[in-house]
Design a protein around this ligand. Sequence first.
Ligand code: DAT
Length: 177
Amino acid sequence: MIIAVTGTPGVGKTTVSKLLAQKLGYEYVSLKDYAMEKGIGEMKGDELEVEVDELAYNFERDFKGKNVVVDGHLSHFLNADLVVVLRAHPKLIGERLTERGYSREKVGENVEAELVDVILVEALEENENVVEVDTTGKTPEEVVNEILELIEKGVRRRVGVVDWSRVYDDVIPYLRL
Ligand code: DAT
């Protein structure tokens, strides 16, 4: 089974994906590394710009029928059996990306994206099987256990678990108003 772990940068995809792959005994794939290895897309500054159709086509050819956890903020564009959309309080996204040294502009862009559910909406347009998991206040282990429980129970759709409009005031300092 192909499990795509997606979400706003800084939400915890890499941490959770590696642990999830380890617990399931699946292969872990970083979608960015895969794209770079295959020469898909080109670097624009420090960002890799890819054609998602080309990425999805290649990924399907290489991984169809395999057991993988694929980590990346574009992974919901792949033909996955399950898309896990990780969510985190947008303030956490702001703090983590600032810590990572992202520009104010880039931090703002991602805080806003988390606030208004950009990745969730994209994922729902692409795939029926979308489960959302709120990571706020949880350890990576707790998040992974929640995902494992959903998989075990056969849950293939669970959306609407967060509503960041209620925390808008907390993140105003990060927004590009
Ligand atoms: P991403 O791959 O989405 O950019 P990351 O895994 O590289 O995210 O970084 C997330 C950071 O947040 C990392 O320092 C671990 C931390 N973190 C704290 N609580 C977490 C949780 N419940 N799940 C995942 N990461 C968490």
